[in-house]
Design a protein around this ligand. Structure first.
Ligand SMILES: NC(=O)c1ccc[n+]([C@@H]2O[C@H](COP(=O)([O-])OP(=O)(O)OC[C@H]3O[C@@H](n4cnc5c(N)ncnc54)[C@H](OP(=O)(O)O)[C@@H]3O)[C@@H](O)[C@H]2O)c1
Length: 328
């Protein structure tokens, strides 16, 4: 698949471009940047293969008949317009998390992709962490018995308050969009098969460090149909080691430093270390998208999953009682 990257920023540079170049059925073809210079630098660094690889206009990038798919790695509020345009141009879409910043935007994207018959996959790469994958199947098969509680903790320290997630023009949430959406996806992936849908949410947020209009920290509590509970705490105010814990009637799992980009970390099940092969999760999600498009099957992390995630992020920020979002 000939792929373009929209937004040659952090995650595109660090993960998506190397993953496309490492995939035997993918070609890194073109890039969209607001700056021709930044685009050219990216094109050179990652050896883009189109004879005309750098675009500062989405329309000209999408007009390329050879282009087959786009990886959208731009600020969250741009996802809707770019994904809809890509679908209407007949391009498959691998869309970075969170899917969009409203349910109406999710519906707009899904409708455009359905009508165009293109494959839309959500980039929740932790589902391709080899250890997570093996355990998710075993937990769904009852390894821990009935699940009682899951806890996810993931933070980092932003250098200042200037991140685009802090602006209503480009973001809707900050900590909840940077890390919280991943935590929620993991919790839903592990808990839903045996514990039913989420029924309740509570949330506390803090904006004490940068005076951001958006959440700098969030602590989210969830309850499932079975009565099982979960919590996640995310922050951009301080650094810490990420951690995932799952508790059931027949044991527990603890995962240390498995959240992040590299498919690494330590997993313990009832005091025993769990072995897994470290595998690049971005390559896994890319491969699933390409194969899904080729086979005409749904991707593993579908648009419906992306939309459900947005639904609960919105309910969480509403439950905080402190939503100050001013975007429309
Ligand atoms: N899966 C993951 O673990 C993961 C990790 C990080 C981020 N993400 C997601 O990937 C997307 C991009 O995040 P990122 O961390 O890569 O952000 P980033 O480093 O800021 O890169 C975003 C790029 O989008 C382009 N852009 C276009 N319009 C922009 C605007 N108005 N403001 C800022 N940038 C704009 C910029 O490129 P030009 O200036 O060259 O146009 C920029 O380099 C987000 O949806 C984010 O949630 C996912």
């Amino acid at each position: 698949m000939k792929c373009a990257i929209l937004g040659p920023g952090g995650i595109a540079d660090d993960q998506h471009a190397p993953a496309v170049n490492a995939h035997p059925d993918a070609v890194l073809w073109s890039v969209l940047s607001r700056s021709a210079e930044r685009g050219a630098d990216f094109a050179q660094r990652h050896a883009l293969q189109s004879p005309d690889p750098v675009h500062t206009s989405l329309d000209t990038l999408l007009a390329d008949k050879q282009l087959e798919g786009v990886i959208i790695a731009t600020p969250d509020r741009l996802h809707e317009e770019q994904a809809v345009a890509a679908a209407r141009a007949g391009k498959h879409v691998l869309l970075e998390k969170p899917m969009a910043t409203s349910l109406a935007a999710c519906d707009h994207i899904m409708k455009a992709c359905d009508e165009a018959g293109v494959t839309l996959a959500m980039a929740y790469h932790h589902r391709w962490h080899a250890g997570h994958r093996a355990l998710q199947r075993q937990v769904a098969d009852g390894m821990l018995g009935s699940l009682r509680h899951m806890r996810v903790h993931w933070t980092f320290e932003a250098p200042d308050g200037g991140n685009w997630r802090s602006s209503p023009d480009t973001g809707r949430w900050w900590s909840l969009a940077a890390n919280g959406t991943h935590c929620l996806d993991l919790i839903r992936w592990f808990m839903l098969p045996t514990e039913g849908n989420i029924t309740d949410v509570r949330c506390l947020i803090s904006r004490a460090k940068f005076a951001s209009p958006h959440d700098e920290s969030a602590i989210v509590l969830l309850r499932f149909a079975s009565g099982a509970t979960a919590e996640f705490s995310v922050s951009v105010q301080y650094a810490s080691d990420p951690r995932v814990e799952i508790y059931g009637d027949e044991g527990w799992i603890r995962m240390e430093n498995t959240l992040g980009r590299h498919g690494a970390g330590l997993i313990i099940h009832n005091d025993q270390s769990v072995a897994f092969h470290q595998h690049n999760p971005f390559l896994g999600e890319l491969d699933d998208w390409i194969q899904a498009a080729r086979e005409g099957r749904p991707p593993e992390v579908s648009a419906e999953e992306g939309r459900r995630n947005i639904e609960w992020l919105l309910k969480a920020i509403e439950a905080s009682g402190e939503d100050r979002y001013t975007g429309v």
